[in-house]
Design a binder for this molecule. Structure first.
Ligand code: ATP
Length: 451
C-alpha cells in the first residue's frame, strides 16, 4: 500500500512538473476534481483518442462516427431514465463532515453508521442525482433548465435514424463518439480517475434482437485485445468484473467492466453493456416516433438491441500513465551515487513526443544541422529539439516523459551523414545514416514490444 501510495504521489508530481496534468484554476487555490491537461498531457490524451478512434471506425467498415452536442433536449434525460435513476446514495459524517458514496463504504461501517475517517456518526443514505443542471437563455426557471450530458451515449441514440438514413449503414452496425460528459460526483479523489468533468469514448453497436449475446461476447474479446495489443497494457494488470444483479444499470441485461490495477487497486476502466432495446424504445415512447429498423431482405421491422462499449478517455490517461511509470535501478552513477532512472514506458503510438533531436554541442554548425534533421522528421513524427545541458541529462529528461527515440548529431554527422539513435527502453545506441532514420523508427514502432 505504501509503495502504491508513493507511486500515485510521484505520478501526480511528475504530471505537474513535466506538464501532463495541472490542478484546475490552481492560482485561485484550485477547484477540486477538475484538472487541466498541459502540453504533454493533451498530446497523450489525443494519441489515446486517435488509437481508439482508428480501432473503432477505421478498422471496422460497419462503424461510423458522430459528434453530438453536450446540451440536449431535457426530455432526453427523462426518456433515458437519468432523471429518475441516475442517482448515487450519499451519506455524510456528522462529525468531520466528510461525504461518502454509501455503495463505496465497507458494508459493516455503513451498517454501524460509523465514519471510516474519524469514527463519527454517519447520516442515513439519501439519493442524490448526478446530473449537472444549467439554464439555456436569459431567464433561469424550470422551463429553461437543461442538463450537461452525463454520458455521450444518448447523443447516439437520438441520432440513430439520422445516421441510418444518411449513411446507408445496415445492421449490425455501430456509431462511435468521443466527448465530454459531466457528473456531479459525490466523492472525487485519486487524481483524474473520477472527476466531475471527463471524457468518454463510446461505441453503440446496433444488432438484431436475439443476436445480442453473440455480439456482446464479440465486443468483450475485441476490447480486451485493444488494451493488451493496441495499447500494450500489461495483461496481468487488467481483469474482467461481471456486474451482479444489484450492480446492473437500469437499462442493462448484462454488463462486464474491464478493470485496471491502478496504484490504489483494481478499478473500472471501461464497461461493456448489453443495453437491450431500452433506449430506442424509450425514445420512441417519449417522442411518439417509431425509432426502429426495417430489414430489407426479410421486410422485418424491429427495435435493435444495443451492445455498448463505454471507456473513459481521461481515465485511460491515468491508466496509461500508471502503467508506463517505472523507476529503473541502474546501480551507481560515475560519482558512486545510486542511479535511478525514471522512465515512462509509453507505447510509441501514445508517447507525446516520438523523436527528440539533440546536437552534441551548440557550436560549429551542429545546432543548425540538428535543427534541420528535426525539421525533416516533422512530417512523420511528433518531434522535439533540445540543445541545452549535458547529453546524458537530455536523454534522461526524455526518458521521464516517455520519448521512445532520441537522435544525437555530432561532428561525424557532418562528415558521414550518420547520427546516433538511442532507444528509450533498452538505452541501446546505434549509429545509422540520416536517410535510414524514418524507416528504422517506423519499423521499431510497428514491432514495439514492451520490455
Ligand atoms: P462508477 O460506478 O465508477 O461511478 P459507472 O459504472 O457509472 O462508473 P459508466 O457509466 O459505465 O461508469 O461510464 C463508462 C466509463 O466512463 C467508465 O468506465 C469510466 O471509464 C468513465 N467514467 C465514468 N464516470 C467517470 C468520472 N466521474 N470520471 C472519469 N471517468 C468516468
Amino acid at each position: 500500500m505504501a509503495k502504491n501510495a508513493t507511486t500515485m504521489d510521484k505520478l501526480v508530481s511528475l504530471c505537474k512538473r513535466r506538464g501532463f496534468v495541472y490542478q484546475s484554476s490552481e492560482i485561485y487555490g484550485g477547484l477540486s476534481s477538475a484538472w487541466d491537461y498541459g502540453p504533454l498531457g493533451v498530446e497523450l490524451k489525443k494519441n489515446i483518442q486517435n488509437v481508439w478512434w482508428k480501432e473503432m471506425t477505421q478498422m471496422h467498415d460497419n462503424i461510423v462516427g458522430l459528434d453530438a452536442a453536450i446540451l440536449m433536449h431535457p426530455r432526453v434525460w427523462e426518456a433515458s431514465g437519468h432523471v429518475e435513476n441516475f442517482t448515487d446514495p450519499l451519506v455524510d459524517c456528522k462529525e468531520c463532515k466528510t461525504r461518502f458514496r454509501a455503495d463505496h463504504l465497507d458494508p459493516e461501517a455503513l451498517e454501524a453508521k460509523k465514519c471510516p475517517e474519524c469514527g463519527g456518526e454517519l447520516t442515513e443514505p439519501r439519493q442524490f442525482n448526478l446530473m449537472f443542471q444549467t439554464h439555456m437563455g436569459a431567464v433561469a426557471d424550470a422551463n429553461t433548465a437543461v442538463y450537461l450530458r452525463p454520458e455521450t451515449a444518448q447523443g447516439i441514440f437520438v441520432n440513430f435514424k439520422n445516421v441510418l438514413q444518411s449513411s446507408r449503414v445496415k445492421i449490425p452496425f455501430g456509431i462511435a463518439q468521443v466527448g465530454k460528459a459531466f457528473r456531479n460526483e459525490i466523492t472525487t479523489k485519486n487524481f483524474i480517475f473520477r472527476t466531475c468533468e471527463f471524457e468518454q469514448m463510446e461505441m453503440q453497436f446496433f444488432v438484431k434482437p436475439g443476436e445480442d449475446d453473440k455480439w456482446f461476447d464479440y465486443w468483450r474479446e475485441q476490447r480486451w485485445a485493444y488494451y493488451t495489443e493496441k495499447l500494450g497494457v500489461n495483461p496481468e494488470k487488467i481483469r474482467w468484473h461481471q456486474h451482479g444483479p444489484d450492480e446492473l444499470a437500469h437499462y442493462a441485461k448484462d454488463a462486464y467492466d474491464i478493470e485496471f490495477e491502478f496504484p490504489f487497486g483494481f478499478s473500472e476502466l471501461e464497461g461493456v453493456h448489453n443495453r437491450t432495446d431500452f433506449d430506442l424504445s424509450r425514445h420512441s415512447e417519449y417522442t411518439g416516433k417509431e425509432i426502429n429498423y426495417l430489414e430489407e431482405e426479410t421486410k422485418e421491422r424491429y427495435i435493435p438491441y444495443v451492445v455498448e462499449t463505454s471507456a473513459g478517455l481521461t481515465r485511460s490517461v491515468l491508466m496509461i500513465l500508471s502503467d508506463a511509470y517505472e523507476e529503473e535501478d541502474l546501480g551507481v552513477d560515475g560519482k558512486g551515487r545510486p542511479d535511478i532512472r525514471t522512465v515512462m514506458r509509453f507505447h510509441p503510438n501514445l508517447a507525446p513526443i516520438t523523436v527528440a533531436v539533440f546536437p552534441l554541442v551548440k557550436k560549429d554548425g551542429l545546432a543548425e544541422l540538428a535543427r534541420s534533421i528535426e525539421e525533416e522528421l516533422r512530417d512523420d513524427f511528433a518531434t522535439f529539439y533540445d540543445q541545452s545541458g549535458a547529453i546524458g541529462r537530455r536523454y534522461r529528461r526524455q526518458d521521464e516523459i516517455g520519448t521512445p527515440f532520441c537522435i544525437t548529431v555530432d561532428y561525424d554527422t557532418k562528415e558521414d551523414k550518420t547520427v546516433t539513435l538511442r532507444f528509450r527502453d533498452s538505452m541501446e545506441q546505434v549509429r545509422i545514416g540520416i536517410d535510414e532514420l524514418v524507416p528504422t523508427i517506423k519499423k521499431a514502432i510497428k514491432n514495439y514490444k514492451r520490455v
